[in-house]
Design a protein around this ligand. Structure first.
Ligand code: NDP
Ligand code: OXD
Length: 307
C-alpha cells in the first residue's frame, strides 16, 4: 500500500519524515522514484499530469492544494476519487493574508504609501470598521474561516455561495439571483471561489460595476477568474479604489504587464496560503484510514462540478 508523492521535493522531505514517524508501515516514495508502479495505491500531487493512468492499482488521487483546477481530470481515470487538501495550516495562512489585506485597505494604507512617496503628511479621515462592508465570494473552507475572523473586527460581513449556507454573524447570499444585492452592499470584495467553467472570467466589468463606487478587491482565488483589462479600466475610473492580487493569469505575471505599476494595486506571487506539510500528512492519513474503512473521505471533490 505505497504512497507516491509528486510535488516540490524540498517540502516532500518534510512529508516523508512525517509519514515515517506517523505511519511507518506505509511506504512513502517521491516521484520520479516510483519503484513498482503496481504497489502505488495513493498519489499525492499538485500536477500529476499523466501519472495516474500509469499506476494500475491506484485507488485515490490527493491534491496537494485546496484547489483542484491544476489537475487535468481528463487524465485521471473516471472511477478514481479525487480529494482536495483540507488541513488547518492552509486555512490559517489564508486567514492571515486576507485579514492583513482587508485591514490595509480599511486603514487607507494604499493612499498613505502614495503620500509617502510624494512626502505628503496628510491624515485621511478614519472610518469605523462598522462602516466598511466586507463580502466574500465562496463560503467554503477558506471563505468561511476568513469571515469568521473578519467579523471580530466589527466589519459587517457577508458571503455568497452556490448553495445556501449559514455562518454565524454573516449575512449569507446564495445563487445568481442574489449576486447583485450581495455586491451592492460590499465595499471590500474577496474572491475565494474555485476555478471552474462557471467562475472563469467572473471578476469582470459587470461585477466591478455592481459594487459601490470606490470599492476594493482582494483576489486570492485563481488567476483566470480575473479579467485584468476590466480591473485596470475600473481602477482608472475610480470605480475600484484598490486591489490586492495574489493570483494572476499567467503566473508569473509578465515583467512588462501594466498591473505591476498601478499605484493602488498590490501583487504577491500566489503565496496567500500554502499547504503545511506537517498538518497535511495528518489529514491524508485520516483519509487513508477512512478510505480503507469504507468511510467517506474529507474533501472528496465532485468531478462533474469541478470542485
Ligand atoms: P471550497 O470548495 O471549500 O469552497 C468553494 C466555495 O465556492 C463554496 O462555498 C461554493 O459554493 C462556492 N462556489 C463554487 N462555485 C460557485 C459558483 N459558480 N457560484 C457561487 N459560489 C460558488 O473551497 P476552499 O474554500 O477550500 O478554496 C477556495 C479556493 O481558494 C480554491 O479552490 C483555490 O482556488 C483558492 N486557494 C488559493 C490559495 C492561494 O494561495 N491564493 C490557497 C488555497 C486555495 P457551495 O458552498 O454552494 O458549494
Ligand atoms: C492551493 C493553493 O490551492 O496553494 O492550495 O493555491
Amino acid at each position: 500500500m505505497t504512497v507516491l508523492y509528486k510535488s516540490d521535493p524540498v517540502r516532500g522531505a518534510i512529508w516523508a519524515e512525517r509519514f515515517a514517524k506517523l505511519a511507518p508501515d506505509i511506504p512513502f516514495r517521491m516521484w520520479p522514484d516510483v519503484g513498482d508502479p503496481a504497489a502505488i495505491r495513493y498519489l499525492l500531487a499538485w500536477q500529476p499530469d499523466g501519472l495516474a493512468v500509469t499506476l494500475p492499482n491506484l485507488e485515490v488521487v490527493f491534491s496537494i492544494g485546496a484547489g483542484v483546477d491544476q489537475l487535468d481530470l481528463s487524465r485521471i481515470p473516471a472511477d478514481l476519487p479525487v480529494v482536495r487538501m483540507i488541513e488547518p495550516g492552509l486555512v490559517h495562512g489564508m486567514v492571515e493574508y486576507v485579514t492583513e489585506a482587508v485591514l490595509a485597505i480599511h486603514r487607507d494604507l494604499f493612499d498613505y504609501a502614495m503620500q509617502q512617496r510624494a512626502r505628503v503628511w496628510q491624515p485621511i479621515q478614519l472610518h469605523p470598521a462598522a462602516s466598511r462592508r466586507v463580502g466574500v465570494l465562496g463560503l467554503g473552507m477558506l471563505g468561511t474561516a476568513v469571515l469568521e475572523r473578519l467579523r471580530l473586527f466589527g466589519f459587517p460581513c457577508a458571503g455568497w455561495s452556490r448553495s445556501p449556507r449559514e455562518v454565524e454573524g454573516v449575512e449569507c447570499f446564495s445563487g445568481d439571483a442574489t449576486l447583485a444585492a450581495f455586491l451592492a452592499r460590499t465595499d471590500v470584495l474577496i474572491c475565494l471561489l474555485p476555478l471552474t467553467d462557471a467562475t472563469r472570467g467572473f471578476l469582470d466589468q459587470r461585477i466591478f460595476g455592481a459594487l459601490p463606487k470606490g470599492a476594493s478587491i482582494v483576489q486570492v482565488g485563481r488567476g483566470p477568474q480575473l479579467v485584468i483589462g476590466d480591473l485596470l479600466d475600473a481602477l482608472d475610473r475610480g470605480q475600484i479604489h484598490s486591489a490586492v492580487i495574489d493570483v494572476t493569469d499567467p503566473e508569473p505575471l509578465p515583467v512588462d504587464h501594466p498591473l505591476w505599476t498601478q499605484p493602488r494595486v498590490r501583487i504577491t506571487p500566489h503565496i496567500a496560503s500554502a499547504t503545511c506539510a506537517v498538518t497535511a500528512v495528518d489529514a491524508v492519513l485520516e483519509n487513508v484510514r477512512r478510505h480503507r474503512a469504507g468511510e467517506p473521505m474529507i474533501g472528496q471533490i465532485d468531478r462533474a462540478r469541478g470542485y
